[in-house]
Design a protein around this ligand. Structure first.
Ligand code: GBH
Length: 456
């Protein structure tokens, strides 16, 4: 880690932290909350690495006041959290449950009392199970249901929310949930995956219109981006050949453009027909792309790492193979630590979309390490401090290159339930003991608090 002082950021830059409902709330059956696809998935055998579920996780539903106090002491300007759709509409449609809305009402007011701006994600992957039973995102009706749900939440909280994110990482929900089967709903729709792409984007567009009608905050989406690096047999760019570079171009379109070109250019990237079984004309109806490409106020960027891409092996139906990048330190997830990839991502988006690109926020960036409280309950997570320091400098480098970035949110405030990895991956600035629910701010919490205090 460099000793150079951290560079200045604009005075109104949004420093924040991010979480998601299913990963922190617990209270799974409480106050009328219906089952989501993640309840179903986590209760199936052999889906989650450590056999755990999100039934309780951080018990944030009952402990939100203490968690808001932790954020207030941290000094963040913004808190990005998600609303659990099955708390608002247990069946995925129909009249809202007032108890579910009341929870988010209390949370938003508690944040505002401490001077923290609420930034709401409407869908962080916890689809109401009854909608999945009707086909989930393969069914065009789900997009309409999502628009109705967005309207309910926008009416209830629309006077107090600073920024609305419709979807979190629709690419990951598509690829891990509907192609690889590693996330809920655990499907492998290899022959006909495209409707899940398009219906999520259509849902985004319908939700955008509902938010515009009923709320005063800005509209955004939180997409994940990963620069596609062509690499050769040794896992470095040095040995990549032309076929590897062509594979990286294909992966870039698949990962970085599939959910962004329709928003900012009003069309799908060329080469989309390489997605097996795609018949866009059957799925994309007249007018859809106008709905999808409605104006955005902010593009949310979730960044973790670049992806190593090679030419596909002969038996691979896809136009690329993914491979580990060598030569970088890795987090406890095995993901390479490449801060320059964040600058590259931001510059790439600015170059690619030009005037069509709204201001960006980093809506997630962070890392997991095997953090344990040591003597005196100190969690000395110096690897996380080094990761965050380097990535925040990488954001500054993008600003210096003329790219507009207005905010940065650490993933995550709390150690939480990391999807298919259960409780084995800790991303928090605050350590959570999942037996006692004891919260222990880590060294990175104090470091981030000082950073925020210095830069504003
Ligand atoms: C986000 O997804 C989610 O929004 C959030 O809920 C989650 O807790 C958080 O990140 C941490 O995982 O093996 O090197 O190719 C992150 C999406 C997809 C990013 C897989 C890393 C693989 C890296 N991730 N990707 S690599």
């Amino acid at each position: 880690m460099t000793d150079e002082p951290l560079p200045d950021f604009p005075p109104d830059f949004r420093w924040g932290v991010s979480t998601a409902a299913y990963q922190i709330e617990g209270a799974a059956g409480e106050d009328g909350r219906g089952p989501s696809i993640w309840d179903t998935f986590s209760h199936q055998p052999d889906r989650i690495g450590d056999g755990s579920t999100g039934d309780v996780t951080c018990d944030h539903y009952h402990r939100y006041a203490g968690d808001v106090a932790l954020m207030a002491d941290l000094g963040v300007r913004t808190y990005r959290f998600s609303v659990a759709w099955p708390r608002i509409q247990p069946a995925g449609q129909g009249a809202p449950d007032p108890r579910g809305l009341a929870f988010y009402d209390r949370l938003v007011d508690a944040l505002l009392e401490r001077g923290i701006e609420p930034a709401v994600t409407l869908f962080h992957w916890d689809l109401p199970q009854p909608l999945q039973d009707a086909g989930g995102w393969t069914n065009r009706d789900t997009a309409a249901r999502f628009g109705e749900y967005a309207e309910i939440v926008a009416r209830a909280l629309g006077d107090r929310v600073a920024l609305w994110m419709t979807l979190n990482e629709p690419f990951i929900h598509f690829a891990l949930g509907h192609l690889l089967g590693l996330h809920a709903p655990g499907r492998q729709l290899l022959d006909d995956p495209f409707p899940v792409v398009h219906h999520q984007l259509l849902g985004h567009g319908l939700a955008t219109a509902a938010i515009r009608r009923h709320a005063s905050g800005g509209v955004a989406i939180a997409n994940n981006y990963s620069p596609a690096w062509a690499v050769g047999p040794d896992g470095t760019p040095d040995t990549a050949d032309g076929a590897d570079r062509a594979a990286a171009v294909a992966y870039d379109a698949f990962h970085n453009r599939l959910f962004t070109d329709p928003l900012l250019r009003g069309r799908y990237p060329d080469g989309i027909d390489q997605l097996a079984g795609v018949d866009p004309d059957r799925v994309v109806l007249d007018g859809d792309l106008d709905i999808i490409s409605a104006r955005l106020d902010v593009l949310g960027v979730n960044y973790y790492q670049p992806t190593g891409v090679r030419a596909p092996a002969p038996d691979n139906p896809l136009p690329f193979d993914l491979t580990a990048l060598s030569g970088y330190p890795t987090t406890a997830f095995g993901w390479p630590v490449v801060p320059a990839g964040l600058t590259q991502t931001l510059v790439m988006l600015a170059d690619r979309y030009g005037d069509a690109l709204p201001p960006m926020w980093i809506t997630e960036n962070g890392c997991c390490y095997d953090d344990k409280p040591g003597p005196d309950a100190v969690v000395a997570d110096h690897d996380r401090i080094a990761y965050l320091d380097a990535h925040i400098r990488a954001v500054r480098a993008a600003l210096d290159a003329g790219v507009r970035v207005d905010g940065y949110c650490v993933w995550s405030l709390l150690d939480n339930w990391e999807w298919a990895e259960g409780f084995t991956k800790r991303f928090g600035l605050v350590h959570v003991d999942f037996d006692t629910q004891r919260r222990t701010p880590k060294a990175s919490y104090a470091w981030y608090r000082d950073l925020i205090a210095r830069t504003r």
